[in-house]
Ligand binder design. Structure first.
Ligand SMILES: C[S@@+](CC[C@H](N)C(=O)[O-])C[C@H]1O[C@@H](n2cnc3c(N)ncnc32)[C@H](O)[C@@H]1O
Length: 374
């Protein structure tokens, strides 16, 4: 198996820079973004931003036609792509012209090839982001976004209005295909976070790690493979159990990994010395986050720790991707939100926890290490 750092390089597609360099690069990019926005008259900016949906749908089309998979074997003309995918040649050429303009695919001497971004849209890429595109461009996700105005006006959960039931219930009980697409999308991001977490945080003394809301288990599988002394448990909705078992088997860690299907608002597995929550806290309001965290606090092993892995909304007005994902939190769940530093601090207090340590991953996500207060 590749070492952790080799996997991190492979997963990121290059070197793993220290967090301060990544933050500086983000700040520079935000400044260029602000300048870019000011360089056009107001109405142009309105038009450009209103067309944002075109990116979502054009990428979805390319993935739906499996263009990144077709190009894995080498460059093709749009006519060849259209023939291989059974699509309209003129539409494929125009779709690719648009996507090349947006930074996707390479176009040379009349043929198209994958670039670093579209390579990540191949189904067989070990760190594929294909499921994100399929989730975001799906018909059921579009229905949720259609309810954004009613969410902002009334405060009623948009997903529940659109789908007729809470978002996670829809995924686990009503539409298993959507559930699989969403879990796959989450795994694309968490596979990277899990690798960076495993490289950054020392886990040598952990006996039993529990990944709360750990989805189909890709983070746990990676951490168990890195640490042969460790056992692990994923707690998530029962519908993800079969997928998690495959992930554990594939990673060769099935003997040390357990999946518990359950509801983290009711109870969590007890006695573990480390509980991790990757991108779970941002799905819920403070009251429900405090319930999950208090459920853990009550049953964790003496001397145990909780690590919450989330990014923090910075206190400035310039561009930051978290303000965009906050819009996703606004529509997906009931009370989900990205948080500022002071909002996180209030949450820890409410859950009876104390911040013992804080570490930034190269992704600029923070690992908040929490212990029982007092
Ligand atoms: C945003 S996803 C994050 C998944 C994973 N930690 C990751 O980073 O990819 C939230 C997870 O919480 C799970 N979840 C939602 N409601 C739950 C509940 N009541 N009890 C247990 N798990 C739940 C979902 O199934 C999903 O896997």
């Amino acid at each position: 198996m590749a070492s952790g750092i080799e996997r991190a390089k492979e997963a990121l597609g290059g070197a793993v820079p220290p967090p301060w360099i990544v933050r500086a690069a983000f700040r520079a990019r935000a400044a260029i973004g602000a300048l870019h926005a000011r360089m056009v008259p107001g109405f142009s900016l309105v038009l450009e931003r209103t067309f944002g949906m075109v990116d979502t749908k054009a990428l979805y089309c390319a993935v739906d036609l499996r263009i990144p998979d077709l190009l894995a074997r080498g460059p093709l003309t749009s006519t060849q792509i259209a023939a291989a995918s059974g699509a309209d040649p003129d539409a494929v050429e125009r779709l690719l012209r648009f996507l090349v303009m947006r930074g996707f695919f390479k176009h040379r001497r009349g043929a198209y090839a994958n670039n670093a971004a579209t390579d990540r849209l191949r189904e067989d890429h070990p760190y594929s982001f294909r499921d994100w595109v399929l989730f975001f461009g799906s018909e059921w996700n579009a229905r949720i976004w259609n309810e954004m105005p009613s969410r902002v006006r009334t405060g009623r959960p948009a997903a529940e209005t659109a789908l007729g039931m809470p978002f996670f219930q829809y995924l686990s009980e009503e539409n298993p295909d959507a559930g699989r697409a969403f879990a796959g999308a989450m795994a694309s991001g968490s596979r990277l976070q899990g690798i960076l977490f495993g490289e950054t945080i020392g886990l040598e003394d952990v006996r039993h790690l529990c990944d709360i809301g750990g989805g189909s288990g890709s983070v746990l599988a990676h951490l168990l493979a890195l640490h042969p002394q460790m056992h692990g448990t994923v707690l998530d909705l029962p519908s993800l159990e079969a997928d998690a078992r495959v992930v554990f088997e594939d990673a060769g860690v099935a003997e040390r990994a357990t999946f518990v299907g359950g509801d983290f608002f009711d109870a969590v597995p007890g006695g573990c010395d480390l509980y991790v929550l990757f991108a779970v806290v941002h799905d819920w309001d403070d009251e429900r986050c405090a319930l999950i965290l208090s459920n853990i606090r009550r049953v964790m092993a003496p001397g145990g720790r909780i690590m919450v892995i989330e990014a923090v909304i910075p206190p400035h007005d310039s561009e930051h991707f978290l303000k965009t994902t906050d819009m996703l939190m606004l529509v997906l769940g009931d009370g989900g939100r990205e948080r500022t530093d002071s909002e996180f601090a209030a949450l820890w207090t409410r859950a009876g926890l104390r911040l013992a340590n804080r570490t930034m991953l190269p992704s600029t996500f923070e690992v908040f290490e929490l212990v029982p207060a007092g």
